[in-house]
Design a protein around this ligand. Structure first.
Ligand SMILES: [Zn+2]
Length: 267
């Protein structure tokens, strides 16, 4: 394992434009449950899962009732979002922020809605599935902070007249086009993709490493840091998997990279 973290550090240093992709696995160490693991949010509450599946359609059909459900006292989502907002980053998040400071990764594309990358100090973050910290106009895509929008009248409306929803991308909701384009652009120009804590089974997010592999058959590196092998491992889309906890392996990678950079410094 130590050899592999060193190998990843050296690959990062050799790369010209590396990016990181992150999934639920990096946030479980911050006490946030994943959705589909054995203790996952959906695994343990099928009714909540069924409601979540209908949420986007509900918004389209009746945005007022969507808002009542989202902000109501009984709304599992109100409580869930509060927990998410109170979570703190873990060493895995701090390690990625440090890699960005060192210039070794250029951005983080995350599936997570928790905002923990920014809390840890990452600057260039693409929220592929939206963020709990924001609201978004469903018509023009403008983003708002919660303090900018009054919830006195539901649904809140944008200047353009469109109904405003949570920025979080619900089931069956398309990925916002600006985010989709940004993520694809990063995936197409990078020469190293560090996949952290993602099982790479949720689409279209999982197309990003596949796009890179198709474009750069042998030259680009795809490195996985994950608790378990994934379809990317099995299909040889990734070059190698470093198996274990992101909260331990990513900090080790930072240390290895710093040691290598130190060695490379001219005397
Ligand atoms: Zn709008």
């Amino acid at each position: 394992m130590e050899n592999l973290t060193k190998r990843a550090a050296s690959d990062l240093i050799a790369s010209k434009y590396a990016i990181a992709l992150t999934g639920a696995g990096i946030s479980t160490e911050s006490g946030l449950r994943d959705f589909r693991g054995p203790q996952g949010i959906w695994t343990t509450d099928r009714e909540a899962e069924a409601r979540a599946y209908e949420r986007y359609e509900r918004f389209l059909r009746d945005p007022k009732s969507y808002w009542e459900e989202m902000s109501g006292a009984e709304g599992t989502y109100g409580a869930f979002y509060r927990r998410v907002r109170e979570a703190e980053p873990n060493p895995g998040h701090y390690a990625l922020a440090e890699l960005e400071r060192l210039g070794l990764i250029k951005c983080v594309i995350t599936q997570n809605i928790d905002g923990l990358h920014e809390k840890a100090g990452s600057k260039n973050v693409v929220h592929y599935h939206g963020s709990v910290d924001k609201l978004r106009c469903a018509s023009c895509g403008s983003r708002f902070g919660f303090d900018e929008i009054s919830l006195e009248e539901l649904p809140p409306r944008c200047k353009c007249g469109g109904a405003i929803k949570y920025d979080v991308v619900h089931f069956k909701e398309p990925i916002p086009s600006d985010v989709m384009e940004w993520a694809e652009d990063e995936a197409l120009k990078c020469d190293l993709m560090l996949m952290c804590g993602t099982s790479a089974v949720v689409y279209p997010f999982a197309t990003l490493p596949r796009m890179l592999r198709l474009r750069a058959k042998t030259s680009a590196k795809i490195i996985e840091v994950n608790a378990e092998p994934t379809p990317l491992t099995h299909e040889n889309i990734s070059d190698y998997l470093i198996q274990g906890k992101t909260g331990e392996l990513l900090p080790a990678m930072v240390e290895a990279a710093k040691a290598l950079l130190e060695v490379q410094k001219p005397p």
